[in-house]
Design a binder for this molecule. Structure first.
Ligand code: C2E
Ligand code: CA
Ligand code: CA
Length: 414
């Protein structure tokens, strides 16, 4: 049993109140247990109960609910009204030693906290495996940073009207010494939880800006920004430092932000985004359509681009609803003077429909998979094969997207 928010009480009201609170918690727990049960304080704000009576697992769940209710009621401590909660992890003793029962209960407690506080959770053997896997991943991630195992891949973003490359999205990869390339979908969440996203995000920004400074003028680079990064008050300075080191013009850096990033801390995010905007960076709303897609964000935040989530593009030819949604979003974007980019374009049929709906840009395997920076010159050559270089817009007008050359490049990447 772990007390939720105990640290806050200790930090704000002082240790004397914290001590008195622990005594009061102990009293309430004593009233929950039965004759013959064992109740102990295991650590700072952790308690344990050995329940010896009743049919399991029912008795344990009933006791856990009772504890959560009892500890959650307000306390009056030295004139302060204090409210805390409790999370409970439960392990059934099937003949294992006390150590292993305690360890399992602890793993279940972690899960209960992870699922949101004020809950109880039973230990399951799969949690053990998951926990070990997580710990290994975390350890490997720390090493990966110091041993420079990360690489940036780049995926082209195409202007649908001309077929020219508008820019590239930087996507991080992890070259794991044993597992090979690991997807960011697997390690970014762990990096966020452990705080490693800070140094990793800085590395991504540095690397992306340095690469982009080598590209033809006007080509943008898009960098994904996680909520934890934006929550760091220093974030605008971190971006500024990367721009300065690379000499990249701020207008060529685009920061991709998801809605969940905004929801976490609207005020903090607004300030940071306005500062970035004032520096000259552009802002894109990523994965549009998957969250709440509140139009309010498009009004309050100075977005330059909306990236329509690939799930809408994927069933464009089968589901009428997706077509309608894409039409509405591109229409909205053009009225607001915002660029609309469709993600996950894989087929010519999807491309034709997106063009017809007036979508500004496309990104997806049809144009090119994410590739190492070394392949970028070849992509420029492929996408501007028939373009008169050095005239007008640097790399347009060019071959139509989906031309044989572009297709070949896409196939080779695949
Ligand atoms: P995202 O920002 O939505 O990135 C697009 C993802 O779609 C990429 O997956 C890309 O490889 C994939 N994709 C592109 N075209 C197609 C297509 O035609 N079909 C399909 N099925 N998929 C396509 P990836 O590289 O695995 O990245 C996954 C997510 O990880 C990203 O989603 C992004 O949220 C996150 N991520 C990647 N790099 C970074 C980074 O440097 N920093 C942060 N904070 N997050 C990152
Ligand atoms: Ca993105
Ligand atoms: Ca996306």
């Amino acid at each position: 049993i772990d007390i939720d928010r105990f640290k806050v009480v200790n930090d704000t009201l002082g240790h004397a109140v914290g001590d008195a609170l622990l005594v009061a918690v102990g009293e309430r727990l004593r009233r929950c247990v039965e004759e013959g049960d064992v109740l102990a304080r295991l650590g700072a704000d952790e308690f344990g109960i050995v329940q010896r009576s009743g049919a399991q697992p029912t008795a344990a769940s009933m006791l856990a609910s009772q504890i959560i209710d009892a500890l959650g009621a307000p306390y009056d401590i030295g004139g302060h009204s204090v409210v805390v909660g409790a999370s409970v992890g439960i392990a059934l003793a099937d003949g294992e030693g006390a150590d292993s029962v305690l360890k399992n209960a602890d793993i279940a407690l972690h899960r209960a906290k992870e699922d949101g506080q004020g809950r109880f959770c039973f230990f399951e053997p799969a949690m053990n495996a998951r926990m070990h896997q997580r710990q290994r991943l975390e350890r490997d991630l720390r090493k990966a940073l110091t041993e420079q195992q990360f690489v940036l891949f780049f995926q082209p973003v195409i202007r649908l009207a001309t077929g020219a490359i508008a820019g590239f999205e930087a996507l991080v990869r992890w070259r794991h010494p044993e597992r090979g390339l690991v997807s960011p979908a697997e390690f970014i969440p762990v990096a966020e939880e452990t705080g490693l996203i800070g140094p990793l995000g800085r590395w991504v920004l540095d690397q992306a800006c340095a690469e982009a400074s080598q590209w033809p003028h006007g080509t943008k680079v898009a960098v994904n920004v996680s909520p934890k990064q934006l929550a760091d008050r220093q974030f605008p300075e971190i971006v500024e430092a990367s721009l300065r080191r690379s000499g990249l013009c701020p207008s060529r850096l685009e920061l991709e932000i998801t809605e969940s990033t905004l929801m976490a801390d609207v005020e903090g995010a607004t300030n940071a985004l306005l500062r970035l905007k004032m520096m000259g960076c552009s802002l894109a709303m990523d994965d549009f359509g998957t969250g709440y897609s509140s139009l309010g964000y498009l009004r309050t935040f100075p977005f330059d681009k909306v990236k329509i989530d690939r799930s809408f593009v994927q069933d464009l030819s089968v589901a009428r609803e997706s077509g309608a949604i894409i039409r509405a979003v591109t229409g909205l974007c053009s009225s607001l003077g915002i660029v609309s980019t469709a993600e996950g374009v894989e087929t010519e049929a999807q491309l034709a429909l997106l063009r017809a709906e007036g979508c500004t840009e496309g990104q997806g395997y049809l144009f090119g998979r994410p590739t190492p920076a070394d392949d970028i010159p070849a992509l420029f050559a492929a996408f501007s094969a028939t373009s008169p270089r050095g005239q007008g817009e640097p790399f347009g007008p060019v071959v139509s997207v989906g031309s044989e050359v572009a297709r070949r490049v896409a196939r080779e990447r695949a």
